[in-house]
Design a protein around this ligand. Structure first.
Ligand code: F6P
Length: 335
């Protein structure tokens, strides 16, 4: 990751206090972002609070003043020290009104939400309806957020999945076996694509591209015809996890034995890579700088190695497309 510049801190700051929360699925590097929000705020004389357990903790009033030492020794830890939750209740207007009231009563003037698309939807509505200033920091292993090239946690998750594939390949090649490895990513194939290319998979199955059973069979046969005795197929879980098992059953009917390995939450935990620590640190500080200069109602992300602010309305609900060129490359390199 190249050095990324942080937006300049304004001469006259537009807020005196802010709070930070993590929401949705945890992602390695979230702690680096929390640490940056806290320390960059304090360095600029902004009072900073940590909200526990995402929006659920906010509604329960689990809000604590943060000091420099509150975020000591966390940059190398996976997960999130602030804890997290998925909070469907926050989709209710009345609940958001209550949340704004809780924040204002504590004297808090802005909110940094580290999370994914659903968490940003809550933040956006909160600001629209109550005027409470919010800013999003993209934190999810899926890398499926529109308006940023990269999300906190993606790099670590891909590295973890590739390490797993390297291990699986030892058995695959020793026994001459076919393995189907299911990776996370929900409706998006970014983890599968990067894991597949980086792990040298023979076939990659993603929700964004058609890959039928006969197509998978053909790719296995093509490998066998040129002397391959083992194969690794990376399968993105898609909207309904268990796809690798379903493909395995289909292949069995066609006479191919396969082993299934679902990586699951193993991909979400663990020590964040240098890249995710750097990304979390830069985006956390940038979020504070933007809020202080009066920018809110949007997400701070990375576009072509530059920190960029994108309004929530241009982010939420939009589908980030898998680069076609990378899909084509994966196919060429697998032959
Ligand atoms: O969004 C991150 C993610 O890990 C997805 O890849 C996965 O589908 C989902 O969260 C799993 O969610 P949970 O941990 O709530 O089961």
């Amino acid at each position: 990751m190249a050095m990324i510049t942080i937006p300049e801190f304004p001469k006259t700051k537009k807020l005196k206090s802010l709070a930070v929360l993590t929401s949705g699925g945890d992602a390695p590097g979230m702690n680096a972002a929390v640490r940056a929000v806290v320390r960059y705020s304090i360095a600029n004389d902004i009072e900073v609070f940590g909200i526990m357990k995402g929006y659920s903790g906010l509604l329960e009033g689990q809000i604590e003043a943060m000091k420099l030492s509150s975020v000591a020794n966390i940059i190398q830890r996976g997960g999130t020290v602030l804890k997290t939750s998925r909070c469907p209740e926050f989709m209710k207007k009345q609940v958001r009104k209550e949340a704004a009231y809780i924040l204002e009563r504590k004297g808090i003037e802005g909110l940094v939400v580290i999370g994914g698309d659903g968490s940003f939807a809550g933040a956006s509505l909160l600001e629209k309806e109550t005027g409470f200033r919010t800013i999003g920091v993209p934190g999810t292993i899926d890398n499926d957020i529109f308006g940023t090239d990269d999300t906190i946690g993606f790099d670590t998750a891909v590295n973890t999945a590739i390490e797993a594939i390297d291990r699986i390949r030892d058995t695959a090649s020793s026994h001459g076996r076919l393995f189907l490895v299911e990776v996370m990513g929900r409706n998006s194939g970014f983890i599968a694509l990067s894991t597949g290319i980086g792990g040298g998979a023979e076939t990659i199955v993603v929700p964004e591209a058609e890959m039928t059973l006969p197509m998978i069979r053909k790719s296995i046969e093509r490998g066998m015809n040129r002397g391959k005795t083992s194969s690794i197929i990376v399968v993105a879980e898609g909207p309904k996890p268990g796809l690798a098992t379903r493909i395995g059953r289909g292949l069995e009917k066609a006479g191919f034995d396969s082993k299934i390995c679902t990586l699951g939450h193993i991909q979400r935990g663990g020590v964040p890579t240098a890249h995710d620590r750097m990304l979390g640190s830069v985006l956390g500080a940038a979020a504070v700088a933007y809020l202080a200069s009066g920018k809110s109602g949007g997400m701070v992300g990375i576009t072509r190695n530059e920190v960029a602010f994108t309004p929530f309305k241009e982010v939420i609900g939009k589908k980030k497309t898998l680069p076609k060129v990378a899909m084509a490359l994966a196919e060429i390199l697998a032959t």
